[in-house]
Design a binder for this molecule. Structure first.
Ligand code: SF4
Length: 433
């Protein structure tokens, strides 16, 4: 069976392409055309499609998508907690989920999450390769076994850190933060220990065969992404990006869909350049950015630093934003952190879609504005990105007003009745009509 990319190249529109076109209110031929050119992907493992997956498209022709990372660690490994986090992410509007678990029974956690996950589901298989093994025990056979096992479970996209090469490692010497990607750091250790090239790079054609068989989308990992703004856009990052560009072409030749992962920590003024070189070097593959975080000094608020960077990245050309939660750099997020991270990233994505003039993107803003102007609280709250929070705050305000005054219809507690410009505007309109 052909992959979505191979199908698109033959000029055929698949059911998944039709589904995505309807969901995004665009022509199915546009989806096919963008897919065939490699500018759009539909991460949809054939096995996940047979159960509960509702496919989505990722690419510049469509709305910017948002990923939420969940997963256990060696210090916290409750499957119930991860299911709760996934539900929080989905209810807040996450378009995809990545399971980055590194603690507990990884196969069981993945299986239980996948059976409840109606959106594309991604993993980083190298985590499971490393789990419970020393670098000396890891070889190509172990890697292929893990990847095949996860493919057969129905995972839709894999982060594969095949772009980190042995010759890139000396470029890290001047870095402040070294390698912050877990996959990148573990592979660097493997290369130094065995004095060999990155095995994921060496066995890339074999990986492509597995990916094509199940139509799993590559998310070419950025193992050397900068981990602080001082390291942004350095030689190591660019050297890896060039390898990601080479791998993008090789994977496409094998019929595989490809996204490319990018930084990380980037000062605001370097975001445009980062996106431009990615598009140029990686042949316009959809760019999947982790944040980017635009300053390092706000632990506890990194959902905000990343939303600032995310808007710029999506405005300049990224198609897919990985959320960052307020607990980034501090601890494993709980369900509330996940929710806050998804909402912040949805705001970033939507703001970029409005700014780049994506068809229909600003309509919801207009609907909400009309409701706001009419003091139509029901529609106002319903159109908001986080109706639950907006409703709670409005209810609290109403309670306050009730306690002090009588009318609730034509103002809220923010400015008070006398100073409510919306109410005064209505009077002005009446007087001038
Ligand atoms: S009171 Fe102020 S915030 Fe509330 S509706 Fe009127 S103008 Fe808007």
């Amino acid at each position: 069976m052909a992959t979505q990319l191979q199908t698109a190249r033959t000029g055929t529109i698949s059911n998944e392409m039709k589904f995505v076109a309807e969901a995004e209110n665009v022509d199915a031929e546009l989806i096919r055309d963008e897919l065939a050119a490699g500018r759009l992907v539909i991460p949809a493992n054939k096995l996940h499609l047979k159960t509960n997956l509702k496919p989505i498209g990722i690419g510049r022709a469509l709305t910017t998508k948002v990923n939420a990372n969940i997963g256990t660690s060696s210090v916290s490994s409750s499957i119930e907690a991860e299911i709760k986090k996934m539900e929080a992410a989905l209810s807040a509007g996450a378009d995809t989920i990545m399971d980055l678990s590194t603690g507990g029974n990884l196969d069981d956690i993945r299986r239980k999450l996948l059976t409840r996950c109606p959106v594309p589901f991604g993993t980083v298989p190298i985590y499971q390769v490393i789990e419970g093994r020393g670098v000396e025990e890891i070889d190509e056979k172990v890697i292929l076994e893990v990847i095949e096992k996860q493919a057969k479970q129905g995972v839709d996209f894999f982060t594969i850190h095949a772009g980190v090469l042995k010759e890139h490692l000396p470029l890290l010497e001047k870095r402040v933060a070294g390698i912050v990607s877990r996959g990148g750091a573990l592979l660097a250790k493997w290369m130094l220990y065995h004095n060999r090239q990155n095995p994921l790079y060496e066995m890339f054609d074999d990986l492509c065969d597995i990916m094509a068989e199940f139509d799993i989308c590559f998310s070419l990992g950025d193992g050397l992404r900068p981990g602080c703004i001082a390291d942004a856009t350095d030689q190591a990052q660019i050297a890896e990006l060039k390898t990601q560009g080479e791998l993008t072409e090789r994977a496409r030749r094998k019929g595989c869909q490809v996204m490319v992962e990018g930084p990380g920590h980037i000062p605001f003024d370097q975001i445009k350049y980062n996106i431009q070189i990615e598009q140029q070097i990686c042949h316009n593959a959809p760019f999947y950015v982790l944040g980017p975080i635009v300053t390092d000094i706000a632990p506890g608020y990194d959902h905000i630093t990343s939303a600032i960077g995310g808007t710029a990245a999506a405005f300049y050309g990224a198609s897919f934003l990985c959320y960052v939660t307020p607990r980034e750099h501090l601890g494993l997020p709980n369900a509330d952190d996940v929710r806050a991270g998804v909402i912040a990233t949805k705001i970033a994505a939507h703001a970029a879609d409005v700014a780049r003039g994506l068809k229909g993107a600003a309509e919801r803003d207009k609907k909400l504005s009309i409701a706001r102007t009419n003091l139509d609280w029901k529609a106002h709250l319903a159109e908001s990105l986080d109706p639950k929070t907006a409703e709670r705050m409005h209810d609290e305000a109403c309670k306050e007003i009730k306690e002090s005054e009588e009318s609730l219809d034509d103002y809220c507690s923010m400015c008070g009745r006398q100073w409510c410009s919306v109410r005064i505007n209505r009077e002005i309109r009446k007087l001038s009509s």
